[in-house]
Design a protein around this ligand. Sequence first.
Ligand code: ZN
Length: 370
Amino acid sequence: MKRLLRELIGAETTAEKGELAAADIISAELGLSGIACRIDSWGQNRANLIAQIKSAGHRGGLLFACHLDVVAPGEANWKYPPFSGVESEGKIYGRGSADMKGGIAAAVTAIRQIVDSGAKLKGDIILFAAAGEETDSCGAKRFISDWSGIPQLAGVVLPEPTDFEVVTAHRGMLWLKVTTKGKSAHGSTPELGVNAIASMKTFLNELDNYKIRVEPHKLLGGCSMSVNTIAGGKEINVVPDECSIRIDIRTLPGQNCQEIISDFEKIFAKLKQKNSQFKAEVSIIREVGALETDSSCGFVKDICSAVGSTETRAVGFTTDGPHLAALGAPVVIFGPGKPEVCHKPNEYIDIADVEKAVEYYKNIILKFLV
Ligand SMILES: [Zn+2]
């Protein structure tokens, strides 16, 4: 298991390098137990991996849904090189160790051990490892669109790092880009142009007074909005003809994202009425729904009892869960690793936690499928 985890970290599955190398490693690992899998590969190095352990039984299957990709290690200095998978004092360090190669290594190992034990399964185990979860969910979307041949599911488990909390809810994400358009002119004659940065200023002023209309959620709190990038202008002596901002909005279950976009368009119309030269547009960069699985459903209760947990929780990060919820089965997030070390330098996972996760995943499989 440790070897597998270190190999997966070494596969360096950033957006730049793609997921294919990690898919090949998992394929070889599953092959040691005679488990066949399919690598769905596209572009130069993008890949999803799907393995289905077929049973003779008629119970709903169990889907373990992971992601192969990791975020870039960033500019900061790491204690150990980020893709070397160094082991020190009971931890394995590296980008992706917690998010979520520890979870993948545990799920793959648990599945192998169940298969090696010769247990008679009453339902199928499906392992799905996705591309692009950290960027645009391209892997999950591709998987969902080609879902034929996969059986009815009892539920979906995401082995993401929750530090062994059973997680049933998270907010969604709506990333918007607003661009104001102007007209460039020489910096010495600004009256001949339309300054796109000045237009953006008027929009940002309006945004200060804008509130998204949605009631807070009992587990997830409110919907948040933050303007996190701004870019405009090229030269100090040229009136800028374009300025853009990117806005990170975290949405609640059932929220209508189109309403926010039409609110923005209403603000544009109002500003245009005040100044006919005002011109702006809004576009969606990324949209992922919120996740809300009914904590009182049988699947969640059985997961809790299989892992010895008495309550479910919500988390701050987002996952591919909402895409997978489209399959119609309950989705639970449960895995090894501390959420607070993810996406940061010196990310690590405790080896004991990965070992514990193997036992938990085996318990879950035994509970549902044996
Ligand atoms: Zn993750």
